[in-house]
Design a protein around this ligand. Structure first.
Ligand code: R5P
Length: 283
């Protein structure tokens, strides 16, 4: 039975359809003192697949409650799908006294599950923080699907770390070259991008990254492409966090369209990762 947290309702229903498994009814309540209670009133299955994008602190708590609720209702196997794993970018204590937040949340989530699946975490090393087996699902190839017919396309990553994602999207699209920028981040919204060798003049550009958060990285990259006379610029990402004024930032930079997946439910989530998760669950 597929059990959805409030943050992942569309993806959970797509996953239920892809797996041909029932979608559980769920209730999410908030008490006057602010406490949450997520319940699965009619849960009746041997296996529960809890789907929860942990985009907020409340979502983390919902995931723990849903894991507990299905065990209480008799589930023998609990699988937890974290389409987007919140806190995954806090994977080190960068300064003394800081927590390794990714490890803290992974340990907590491990207590209520037999297995975890997560989609394109920023660093796959976060899987080692779980005390149960953790599988990484790569959904990047699906980002090619919503792209229109492109003219002599170049697939660009904003930094070397995302180049593999750009290559995956190019391979799925079938044609085009791949390159990456060099990026230096000065603050949450201040990003410096060094253009790379690729000649982009007159060509359609597809930017690819794992996450678009404030949109600063992509907006800066698109501004460079515009200065270098690229034709159209499309932004694709696995996780469309689109925080703060990201949409305005991207629109002002001249982005043609933004496409993300439904790991985070947004208007831009035009691609479903349900088939990729269903394949990984079947392995
Ligand atoms: C970090 O390195 C990630 O891969 C993304 O590039 C980053 O999260 C994007 O953040 P923003 O949209 O705020 O520039």
């Amino acid at each position: 039975m597929i059990v959805s947290a409030s943050t992942s309702q569309s993806l959970a229903s797509s996953l239920a359809a892809a797996l041909d498994e029932p979608l559980a009814a769920t209730e999410y309540e908030r008490f006057p003192d602010g406490e949450l209670r997520a319940s699965v009133p009619e849960f009746d299955a041997d296996r529960a697949v809890v789907v929860c994008a942990t985009t907020t602190s409340d979502a983390h708590l919902e995931a723990l409650q849903l894991q507990d609720a299905v065990r209480e209702a008799g589930a023998n196997e609990v699988v937890t799908v974290l389409p987007y794993m919140g806190y995954a970018r806090q994977d080190s204590a960068f300064e003394s006294g800081q927590p390794v937040s990714a490890r803290a949340v992974a340990r907590a989530l491990s207590t209520g599950t037999d297995r975890v699946l997560t989609v394109n975490p920023h660093e796959t090393g976060v899987c080692d923080f779980f005390d149960v087996p953790c599988t990484v699902v790569d959904a990047a190839g699906r980002l090619a699907a919503p792209l229109p017919d492109l003219d002599d396309p170049v697939f660009l990553a904003p930094d070397a770390g995302a180049r593999e994602l750009a290559t995956t999207v190019r391979d799925a699209y079938g044609v085009g070259s791949v390159d990456h920028f060099e990026k230096t981040r000065h603050s949450a919204t201040e990003v410096e991008i060094e253009p790379h060798a690729a000649d982009v003049a007159g060509r359609d550009a597809v930017l690819v990254d794992d996450i678009v958060a404030t949109g600063s990285t992509m907006a800066t990259a698109v501004s460079h492409l515009r200065e270098r006379d690229a034709a159209r610029a499309f932004v694709t990402c696995v996780h469309p966090v689109l925080a703060d004024t990201a949409r305005t930032r991207l629109a002002r930079a001249g982005v043609e369209a933004v496409h993300g997946t439904d790991t985070i439910e947004r208007a831009e989530s035009t691609v479903s990762v349900a088939p990729a998760i269903a394949d990984a669950l079947a392995e």
